[in-house]
Write a protein that binds this ligand. Structure first.
Ligand code: NAD
Length: 363
């Protein structure tokens, strides 16, 4: 099969669908890989690295789309890219079609076979191709929060871990899933005092067993959240209710009563955010201040560490990419029901119920 990797064209997107080591694996399986020039340039993956791995460099996206049987990307295709897709061509990337009617219609009209990273599942019902980005965002949330606590950013001027003789900061993490667990690891590593909330007792049990006495685990009730948030220097919003908007765990009134210069990092902003005062921000202008509380609400945090994110994503996607290339999409999806969950659009029809329902389209 011929696999094509175009350069991402969304604003400030530096990730790339395949890293050179993934190219080498595909080539070793007998496939041909074409990569658009400078596709990985922004994260230090120059064309010569791809050529050394066995890829052919093409100078335009048109050539990549025209020659490839399967396109491997990171972000959802932009209108100009959708226009380049053709019937029967496989598209393997993040799509997030439910809120995006225009893209959904475009993919239907293209006749392509669109397989979305975000709906591929695993044997535990988890989302293995979303998890790497949650790991990145969780770890990054503490880095971002620590920076926001600095005076110049509007913070209260506390170092997360304190120093000998000076108290460490209180970090409160709402949600003990992938984001929350990774945030907790980082915050504990920096020697902050860390409390994590979840509504799942089982999850709190697992966290307690994993981290022991250094992590304070608390069952999530309005009372408990309010009590801890009032004492917090840094709060990380990391809740997820699958298929629903994030619950608002911190009200505007609570924000107004928080400590002056404390920091809220709302990782759940991509699901609407779990603080009432949250609104999406960008890497260019990541923060704003409400009632002297610094808010960091960047909707695509992993894009800020595009190099790490690209490698993390490739580790998760490569087995599926290889399977699609080796077997063809029909057999690969037939053999793997979890990969089949990724099929969102198939030759002119929506094949993922939640997307069809969201747009009132036949399923
Ligand atoms: P996850 O499913 O692994 O974990 C979510 C956790 O929240 C679960 O353990 C659940 O029990 C818990 N929860 C639900 N309601 C709660 C409540 N009221 N109180 C306390 N805990 C509650 O999800 P995840 O992968 O950790 O993702 C968390 C959020 O981060 C999602 O909204 C995801 O979309 C978002 N995210 C954002 C970015 C970004 O760049 N901003 C990147 C990755 C993920």
């Amino acid at each position: 099969m011929r696999i094509g990797v175009p350069k991402e064209i969304k604003n400030h997107e530096y990730r790339v669908g395949l890293v050179p080591s993934s190219v080498r694996e595909l080539v070793a399986h007998g496939h041909e890989v074409v990569v658009e020039t400078h596709a990985g340039y922004g994260i230090g993956l120059d064309d010569d690295r791809y050529e050394a791995a066995g890829a052919t460099i093409l100078s335009t996206p048109e050539e990549v789309f025209a020659t490839a049987d399967m396109i491997v990307k990171v972000k959802e295709p932009q209108p100009v890219e959708i226009a380049r897709l053709r019937p029967g061509q496989i598209l393997f990337t993040y799509l997030h079609l439910a809120p995006d009617l225009e893209q959904t219609k475009g993919l239907i009209d293209s006749g392509c076979i669109a397989i979305a990273y975000e709906t591929v599942t695993d044997a535990h019902g988890r989302l293995p191709l979303l998890a790497p980005m949650s790991e990145v965002a969780g770890r990054m949330s503490i880095q971002a929060g620590a920076h926001c606590l600095e005076k110049a950013q509007g913070g209260n001027g506390m170092l997360l871990g304190g120093v000998p003789g000076v108290a460490a900061a209180n970090v409160v993490i709402l949600g003990g899933g992938v984001v929350g667990t990774n945030a907790a690891r980082m915050a504990m590593g920096l020697e902050a005092k860390v409390t994590i909330f979840d509504m799942s007792l089982h999850r709190l049990y697992e966290l307690d067993m994993q981290f022991g006495a250094t992590l304070n685990t608390i069952f999530s009730t309005r009372d408990a959240v309010e009590e801890y948030v009032m004492q917090a220097d840094l709060v990380i919003g990391a809740v997820l209710v699958p298929g629903a908007a994030a619950p608002k765990l911190i009200s505007r009134d609570m924000v107004s009563r928080m400590k002056r210069g404390s920091v809220l990092v709302d990782v759940a902003i991509d699901q609407g955010g779990c603080f009432e005062t949250s609104k999406p921000t960008t890497h260019a202008e990541p923060t704003y201040i409400v009632d002297e509380v610094v808010h960091y609400c960047v909707a695509n945090m992993p894009g800020g560490v595009a190099r790490t994110s690209t490698f993390a994503l490739n580790n998760a996607t490569l087995p599926f990419t290889l399977s699609l290339a080796d077997k063809g999409w029909r057999q690969a999806l037939y053999d793997n029901a979890y990969l089949k969950e990724g099929l969102n659009v198939h030759e002119g029809r929506v094949t993922y119920k939640a997307v069809a329902d969201a747009h009132g389209l036949p399923f």
